[in-house]
Design a protein around this ligand. Structure first.
Ligand code: SF4
Length: 500
C-alpha cells in the first residue's frame, strides 16, 4: 500500500521524498513557475499599493494579531458571547478527535446525507472528511483545487493553491474518469464541467461546512474569503452550516479587517482583493432571502494553546496566505508540500508541524530551510520564521531528537573550536585529506581558468559528505593557507586581490 502524502509513517523521513521530487523535471517546473510568479506578483502589487508604507502595514497587521493573541482568552469570550447572541451555537474542541466528533454529531442529529464543503485547513488538520464519510455522508469539496484533489484521491500540496503540483492534463483525465466528462484541456470548459457538477450538489446538500479566515470578536461574525464564491454557496444553500476554525483566527473588531483584507489577497495570489469576501453573523433571519437556519462554530485548539506559550506565540499570527511557501527556495526544490509529510508545508509548516505533532516525529523539518530569510520578508504579519526555525533546531538538540551521529559530530566540532591547537591540527588534516582525494579538472578547462592557482575538485566525497557531491562538485582547498598568504603580502599591507 502506498503511503498517504500527509499521513506518513512516523518518524517522518523527508529526504527520500525530496530526492524523488528533485529528479522530477515536470514537477519542478510546475512548482517553480507557480510559486515564482506568485512571489514576484506579490512584491509588485504590494509595492504598487503601499510603496514605502508596506513594511509599516505588515508591522500593524502583526501587532494587531499579537495583541489579540496576548489577550486571546478575553477576545474568544467576547466572540462566543456575540456569536451566540446572534443565534450561532459555539462549540469548543480541545483536539482533532473532539472536533470531528462534534461535526459527526451535528450531521447525525440532522440526518445529513450530502455535505458541500469549502476549503478549510483546520478540517484537513483534524481529518474530518473520512469521519463523515464513515457515517454515510457524501462530502463534496467545492473549492476547485480541492475538488480535483478529491477526485484524484490525492492530498493538497500548498495551503492556498492545493493542486499546485498538477497540470490541466491531469485535471482533464480526472474529469473523464470520475465525472464521465468529455476530454478537454481548455481551462474554461474544465471549470464549466466542475461548476455544473457542483451546482447539482449545492441544490441537494443538507449540510454545509467551511473554515474561517477571521472571526470578529466585536460582532461574533465569521469572515470567508474565496475567489470562486463556493463558500457562499456552501453557506447559503444547506439548512445547517458548520464553521471549523482555529482559536487563533479571532481579530478584535470589524475595522481591523481592513488591514488584513488588504494584505491577504495580495500576499496569497497577488490580487488586489479576493473576489468574494463574505461576513456571516448568526443564522438566517426572517427577512433574509437565503442562509442556513442553523449555524455552528467549532473552535479548535488541537495544540494551539501549547504554541501560545512564548517563544512560539507569534506563529499563531499566521493568516495562512501561503506567501512564505511561494518565497521559499526549499519548498520549490523539494517539489511542494507533499515532501513535508503533513497538512502544513513550507516554512510555516516546517515550524508548526513539529510543534503540533512532536519534534521526534518530524526531525527533518526544522532543518528544511536555508535560513535565507525570504519567508520573513514575504510574511504579511511579520512572523520571524528563521528565528523560529533556529529555536526549534535548538529544541531538537535539547530533546535529543537529532541522530546520534549528528550529535557526535557537533560535539567534536565544539571541542575542536574550543582548543586552538586542535583547530589548527583539524584544519591541516582536512586540507591534506581533501587535496589528496581531489583531482584537477581536464587541461582544456584549466586553460580557461582565470585563477593562476591550482584548483582541484572533489567529485565524490566519502561518508556523510556524499550528499554534497551527489549534486555538485566541491572545490578543494588551495595548497597554501590564508595565513601564509597574508604573511607573504606583509601583515597589514593592502590586498590587491589574487588570494590563495
Ligand atoms: S507564516 Fe506568514 S507568509 Fe506564511 S502562511 Fe502564515 S501569514 Fe502567510
Amino acid at each position: 500500500m502506498t503511503e498517504h502524502p500527509l499521513h506518513p509513517r512516523l518518524p517522518f523521513d523527508m529526504k527520500p521524498r525530496a530526492a524523488l521530487a528533485a529528479e522530477d523535471a515536470l514537477l519542478q517546473q510546475f512548482i517553480f513557475t507557480a510559486t515564482h510568479e506568485k512571489d514576484r506578483g506579490r512584491v509588485r502589487v504590494c509595492q504598487r499599493a503601499f510603496g514605502e508604507r508596506y513594511d509599516a502595514l505588515r508591522g500593524l497587521a502583526g501587532a494587531i494579531k499579537q495583541h489579540t493573541l496576548d489577550h486571546l482568552d478575553s477576545y474568544l469570550e467576547r466572540f462566543i458571547d456575540r456569536a451566540e447572541a446572534a443565534g450561532a451555537r459555539v462549540h469548543f474542541a480541545a483536539d482533532a478527535e473532539q472536533a470531528n466528533a462534534i461535526g459527526a454529531r451535528i450531521a447525525e442529529a440532522h440526518g445529513c446525507r450530502l455535505c458541500v464543503k469549502s476549503k478549510s485547513m483546520v478540517t484537513e488538520e483534524t481529518g474530518l472528511v473520512p469521519v463523515l464519510e464513515r457515517l454515510g455522508v457524501e462530502v463534496v469539496e467545492t473549492d476547485l483545487g480541492e475538488f480535483i484533489i478529491q477526485l484524484d484521491h490525492d492530498a493538497p500540496s500548498h495551503i492556498v493553491t492545493p493542486m499546485i503540483h498538477k497540470d490541466r492534463r491531469s485535471v482533464a483525465r480526472a474529469f473523464v474518469r470520475e465525472l464521465g466528462a468529455e476530454y478537454t484541456e481548455d481551462p474554461e470548459r474544465l471549470t464549466r464541467i466542475a461548476r455544473e457538477h457542483m451546482r447539482t450538489k449545492y441544490r441537494r446538500a443538507d449540510l454545509g461546512i467551511s473554515g474561517a479566515n477571521f472571526l470578529v470578536a466585536e460582532t461574533g461574525s465569521i469572515v470567508l474569503c474565496t475567489n470562486e464564491g463556493n463558500a457562499d454557496f456552501s453557506v447559503s444553500g444547506p439548512p445547517v452550516h458548520v464553521v471549523f476554525a482555529g482559536i487563533e483566527k479571532v481579530v478584535p473588531a470589524l475595522r481591523h479587517l481592513a488591514v488584513f483584507l488588504k494584505l491577504l489577497a495580495r500576499s496569497a495570489t497577488a490580487q488586489e482583493q479576493t473576489v468574494y469576501t463574505t461576513i456571516i453573523t448568526g443564522p438566517r433571519r426572517p427577512a433574509d432571502h437565503d442562509g442556513p437556519g442553523e449555524v455552528h462554530v467549532v473552535l479548535v485548539d488541537n495544540g494551539r494553546t501549547e504554541i501560545l506559550r512564548a517563544p512560539t506565540r507569534e506563529l499563531l499570527r499566521c493568516i495562512r496566505c501561503g506567501a512564505c511557501l511561494n518565497a521559499c527556495p526549499v519548498y520549490r526544490k523539494v517539489g511542494g508540500g507533499h515532501a513535508y509529510g503533513a497538512v502544513y508545508s513550507g516554512p510555516i509548516g516546517a515550524v508548526i508541524t513539529p510543534l503540533f505533532k512532536g519534534i521526534e516525529n518530524y526531525p527533518d523539518l526544522p532543518r528544511a530551510s536555508s535560513l535565507c530569510g525570504a519567508c520573513f520578508e514575504a510574511c504579511p504579519v511579520k512572523i520571524d520564521l528563521p528565528r523560529q526555525l533556529v529555536w526549534l533546531r535548538r529544541e531538537s538538540v535539547e530533546q535529543k531528537v537529532t541522530r546520534w551521529r549528528e550529535r557526535l559530530m557537533y560535539r567534536l566540532w565544539a571541542a575542536t573550536l574550543e582548543r586552538p591547537w586542535a583547530f589548527g591540527l583539524a584544519r591541516f588534516l582536512q586540507r591534506w585529506l581533501l587535496r589528496w582525494r581531489a583531482r584537477s579538472r581536464d587541461s582544456g578547462s584549466q586553460g580557461q581558468r582565470e585563477s593562476p592557482l591550482d584548483p582541484r575538485w572533489m567529485t565524490a566525497l566519502p561518508g556523510p559528505g556524499r550528499g554534497w557531491t551527489e549534486c555538485r562538485d566541491l572545490l578543494a582547498p588551495p595548497s597554501g593557507t590564508f595565513r601564509k598568504w597574508w604573511r607573504s603580502r606583509g601583515r597589514g599591507a593592502e590586498s590587491k586581490g589574487g588570494g590563495p
